[in-house]
Design a protein around this ligand. Structure first.
Ligand code: DGL
Length: 267
């Protein structure tokens, strides 16, 4: 297979750019194609069936871009579509669930763990069962925080309202002696300071973006797919709605400006 083919990523919107940033840092020679399904954002309050359908459409669009590996940075999409895509696609598929669990295993001592995610992610029970597969005695506190995504998208990370809402969702965890909280949503790393303030300094916040990049590198190496050509990487961005908003929000998640976003309809 041609190793210079791009890696594809899809998310419900721009949140997955936090993972793309780590991929670009750890795999600087790889060409990357990112698709944000902004027409259907947010996935977090959609049914499992709807999210699976969106994910299948997104993957088929990216396959047409000739990708050699697919990364799904969206936790909600991973919960409802990762296993199906792994079994259907002719290329390796990497999610954020397994990297998240790996990091959690390295971090937790007490196995008293909070899982913070969208309503759909928490209701899927996927993270709960993956953690219990590691340790049946784990004590879990799955917590849906549906207002976190719109807060981030309004840019209100440090606003008093963010603290109030974080208190509303997370205050009950304060006396639960958790030692780790899994940030199981692309947007939550942007609320890290607020979440840490509420949970206190003893709780380790688990973000899977970097370990996902490290695991992707290992998979490429093992599959003899790593692009070793010394050339400038090409990054392409597509969105299913409002490319201007995507371009405006991108630096917040990606850490730098992006050149252009093409709108494509995959309905
Ligand atoms: N990307 C989604 C996730 O990580 C968050 C935004 C949404 O609800 O679509 O679960």
């Amino acid at each position: 297979m041609d190793k210079t083919r791009p890696i594809g990523l899809f998310d419900s919107g721009f949140g997955g750019l936090t993972v793309m940033k780590e991929i670009a840092r750890h795999l600087p020679s790889e060409h990357l194609v990112y698709f944000g399904d902004t027409a259907h954002l947010p996935y977090g309050n959609k049914s499992p069936q709807a999210v699976l359908e969106y994910a299948l459409n997104n993957a088929s669009f990216l396959l047409k871009q000739n990708i050699k590996l697919l990364i799904i940075p969206c936790h909600t999409a991973c919960c409802h579509a990762l296993e199906t895509l792994k079994s259907k696609l002719p290329i390796p598929v990497v999610g954020v669930t397994e990297p998240g669990i790996e990091l959690l295993k390295q971090s937790t001592r007490s196995w008293r763990i909070a899982i913070l995610g969208t309503t759909s992610t928490i209701q899927s029970g996927i993270y709960q069962s993956l953690i219990l597969q590691q340790n049946q005695k784990a004590t879990l506190f799955p917590t849906a925080c549906p207002l976190f995504v719109p807060l981030v998208e309004e840019g209100l990370f440090d606003h008093p309202s963010a603290h109030l809402i974080a208190e509303h969702y997370l205050a009950f965890l304060k006396d639960k002696q958790i030692d780790s909280a899994l940030l199981a949503c692309t947007h939550y790393p942007l609320l890290k300071t607020t979440i840490q303030d509420v949970l206190g300094p003893a709780v380790k916040l688990i973000e899977p973006a970097e370990i996902c990049a490290i695991q992707t590198r290992e998979i490429l190496l093992r599959s003899n797919l790593l692009n070793v050509a010394a050339q400038a990487p090409r990054y392409q961005f597509f969105a299913s709605d409002d490319p201007d908003k995507f371009k405006r929000f991108a630096p917040l998640f990606f850490g730098s400006e992006i050149d252009s976003v093409e709108r494509i309809s995959i309905l």
